[in-house]
Design a binder for this molecule. Sequence first.
Ligand SMILES: O=P(O)(O)O[C@H]1O[C@H](CO)[C@@H](O)[C@H]1O
Ligand SMILES: O=c1cc[nH]c(=O)[nH]1
Length: 249
Amino acid sequence: MSEILQPHIRLSSKNAAKYALLPGDPGRVTRIADYLKNVKELSHNREYYCISGTYRGIEVMAVSTGIGGPSTGIAVEELSKIGVKTLIRIGSCGALQSDLKKGDLIIASGAVRDEGTSRAYISTAYPAIPDTDVLFALIESARRLGYPFRYGLIRSHDSFYVDEEDEIDDFWRNKGILGADMESAALFVIGGLRGLKTGSVLNVITEYRGDLKEDINQYAEREDMSMEGERREILTALEAFVRIDRMNP
Ligand SMILES: O=P(O)(O)O[C@H]1O[C@H](CO)[C@@H](O)[C@H]1O
Ligand SMILES: O=c1cc[nH]c(=O)[nH]1
């Protein structure tokens, strides 16, 4: 555990909690604060906005990762250095299956490693999977809260605006992949290599063959079911921390 100030998240072991929520968007950190008590603003540097607080008596942090594997990898490494042990991504994603609707949750049981960051660490023979306790805790929490969700494989990618994105989506859809994000694979692989417990719960903000740009604009403007999905994923992850903490107090 390092007392040295980490250069990107600008935190040291003095700031660490056992549990961290990892949204991509710094704006989501501000909204997470509404679910916590004793909220403290810890740091804000580049894409990393970091707060701490308590949820049902448990100390948690929320740290934004920015978009994509590289900035997520930096956050995960630096959080690990200061002593954070359990990290759950709460992200937005695009659905690849037609039964998934806006505001539904996808709990990732593994990620296709179609991005560069995890490959910079180790060959794709190494699996991108969450910690089993975290996965089960997320599933149980979503079930108890009564939220619509599916669990299964997702795809993490670096290719938001490539010309062939529809064809790529169709390829993975036909392999049964539920949705697409840009960070979960890096989180799972780096977390696995560093001995961390990781998980990922994603809010469907655009349906299969939906209007991606329009839907992301709606999310940025905090409209419709995407905000309800965000509320659901935050509570699912916080309740998962409570379950995990009961198992390993
Ligand atoms: O909403 P966040 O958590 O950033 O997640 C998704 O949104 C971004 C793209 O709009 C990517 O980071 C993708 O993974
Ligand atoms: O389609 C989408 C939507 C959000 N994030 C992604 O990575 N893909």
